[in-house]
Write a protein that binds this ligand. Structure first.
Ligand SMILES: [Zn+2]
Length: 137
């Protein structure tokens, strides 16, 4: 389960619309509270995939490590990753599933014609991406 404020969700959607027709991505920093992942901050990162930015995203390992040490310095941790699907539904793809890590939330925003229309969050359970409940605050 994921808990995120509507302000942060709005920021994710705006970033996804701005980066259209390319996939946007970023890292969510927060804490585990009452067996929920709670998002406190977003760290937008550039899509490191140079060839297929329209339907793939990649986070540079250096950006990931930076995010980890930043979270550490604030007594928090990486709780998830968000990215967009330009002109595609908000469903986890095979690639998303193969690259996912356990214990993280994956928000996927569907952007249709530059408008963020919907989103879902997933977590990896038994190597499968399963939709999880999102509590918007
Ligand atoms: Zn995806």
């Amino acid at each position: 389960m994921l808990k995120i404020s509507s302000v942060l969700l709005k920021a994710i959607k705006e970033q996804a619309e701005k980066d259209y027709p390319y996939e946007t991505c970023g890292i969510m920093i927060g804490k585990e509270e009452d067996s929920m992942r709670v998002v406190y901050e977003l760290l937008p990162v550039g899509n490191a995939n140079k060839d297929r930015k329209n339907d793939r995203y990649e986070i540079n390992p250096k950006d990931y490590m930076k995010a980890e040490s930043y979270a550490d310095s604030k007594n928090m941790q990486i709780v998830g990753i968000y990215h967009s699907h330009p002109d595609h539904p908000d469903m986890a793809s095979k690639t998303d599933e193969e690259r996912a890590f356990e214990y993280l939330s994956y928000i996927i925003v569907s952007v249709q014609k530059r408008k963020a229309v919907s989103y879902r969050s997933f977590e990896l359970l038994d190597k499968k991406m399963v939709e999880e409940k999102v509590i918007e605050t």
